[in-house]
Design a protein. Structure first.
Lengths: 223, 228
């Protein structure tokens, strides 16, 4: 775990020193909520529409973060030094996925309250624990798939194109499960807890894609 | 029994797409010896260094570094090679100390090694400044510290004294010079200076091996001919 912690600490330090990903993701999310507000022509949304708006916005904001995930390694030139170190390269996957998870969590700490103020009709307080759990599971999915795709894309010339084209289809099952989980939580007089099967499906997605990414990540870094 | 060679290359080639950047490189470097590679820009020098550093896989021939066959056992080479490349391989927004501590953690080293190197290269006064604010010469000194941090038996040095004034070059000499006792592979554009440092000289041109011999067998005119 020591190399993973060293890599994660470095990524967090770089983001703190020169904030790029998190401010961009927050601004993008809030701007998107404003656009939805005008685009839908509604002051308030609830239920499945609210779940869709919230999750698609988070998903698109995550694409920005995924695009930037390995850029510091290449732009800063430190990647070769990391690749030459006597460490298991899956440590790099774990560190990048953990960094993306933390970035997303920080973004949601701002974006979800902004969504509640700008667009959401019903109060989400009654379902907050379930919402937090669902978003945490979504973040794990985004982090696992994002770290994998980002490592794949960084070695290509068209990184900006490959990230959304590969990431979005891979995340469709997670988005479906997350939307079905969130919809009753964000409905007027909605439930405090979603149907267990959707949370289970999200958890299963996280497990399968987490293990898959862990298994193939090393090969992606091969020359 | 004599030590096994530090580097054994036989017909090593590497291509980018369809273009061969390096072909038929064949050379043996004994442990502790210095190989100097000459050649004009685009001759394949950096490609050869990156193959030896396990950052590129050879596409032809056989290669052995520190007794380990590449690429099959490249994992066993990692951590035993120090690379000083054109890029400093540093994170620009981190300070010299932060960069070196980060690499020290990856190599399971203590922070005292970092402090010793910062002191040896007289970087302590600027150790906490982001490396993007350092001059090229200071940046090169940090890059040298990173390359030798883990005390590697093999050093790969791409024009190591570029951007350094004589005093700074003297400062890093104990770390990367002959007296460091390491096997060294150095690229150079300076025929006289390079030959003075070499035990073996290798000349590359258009990715092909155009010159190979022990230092006494090669004169500066032969090296200069590579650049015409």
């Amino acid at each position: 775990m020591r190399p993973t912690m060293a890599l994660l600490r470095k990524d967090l330090l770089l983001e703190r020193r020169a904030p790029e990903s998190i401010p961009a993701m927050v601004l993008f999310a809030i701007t998107t909520f404003v656009l939805f507000h005008f685009g839908l022509g509604r002051d308030e949304v609830d239920g499945s529409l609210a779940a869709g708006v919230l999750l698609v916005t988070i998903l698109f904001a995550a694409i920005l973060g995924i695009n930037r995930l390995f850029v510091s390694e290449q732009e800063e030139g430190g990647f070769d030094g990391v690749l030459m170190a006597p460490i298991d390269r899956t440590a790099l996957f774990l560190a990048k996925a953990a960094a993306l998870f933390l970035f997303l969590t920080l973004v949601e700490l701002v974006a979800v309250p902004a969504f509640a103020i700008l667009l959401l009709g019903p109060s989400p307080w009654h379902a907050l624990p379930a919402l937090v759990l669902t978003l945490a599971l979504v973040n794990i999915a985004l982090a696992a798939v994002g770290a994998l795709v980002s490592a794949l894309a960084i070695r290509t010339r068209s990184r900006d194109l490959i990230v959304p084209i590969v990431t979005l289809p891979l995340l469709v099952p997670a988005l479906i499960a997350a939307a079905r989980s969130c919809a009753p939580l964000l409905a007027e007089h909605g439930d405090a807890w979603p149907a267990a099967k959707w949370l289970l499906m999200l958890g299963l997605y996280d497990l399968v894609f987490g293990l898959l990414a862990y298994a193939v990540f090393d090969f992606l870094l091969e020359d | 029994m004599a030590d096994a060679p530090a580097i054994e290359l036989s017909g090593v080639g590497r291509r980018y797409g369809e273009r061969w950047a390096l072909r038929d490189a064949t050379v043996t470097v004994p442990a502790g010896a210095t190989l100097v590679i000459f050649g004009p820009n685009g001759a394949g020098k950096s490609t050869l260094l990156r193959v030896l550093a396990t950052l590129l896989r050879p596409h032809a021939g056989s290669a052995s570094v520190l007794g380990e066959e590449l690429p099959r056992r490249e994992w066993a080479v990692r951590g035993r090679v120090g690379l000083l490349a054109h890029d400093a391989l540093l994170y620009r927004d981190l300070s010299a100390r932060e960069n070196l501590r980060f690499h020290a953690r990856l190599h399971k080293l203590g922070e005292e090694r970092v402090e010793a190197l910062l002191e040896a290269t007289r970087l302590l006064p600027r150790a906490d400044d982001p490396v993007r604010t350092l001059s090229r010469g200071l940046l090169q000194r940090v890059a040298v510290c990173r390359a030798v941090l883990h005390d590697p038996p093999l050093l790969l040095l791409d024009e190591p004294r570029a951007n350094l004034d004589p005093a700074a070059a003297a400062l890093i000499e104990p770390l990367i010079g002959r007296e460091s006792g390491r096997t060294r592979v150095i690229t150079s554009h300076d025929p006289a200076g390079g030959l003075a440092e070499a035990d073996i000289a290798l000349g590359l041109r258009d990715g092909r091996q155009a010159l190979l011999g022990a230092t006494g067998e090669i004169d500066t005119a032969a090296v200069e001919a590579l650049y015409r």
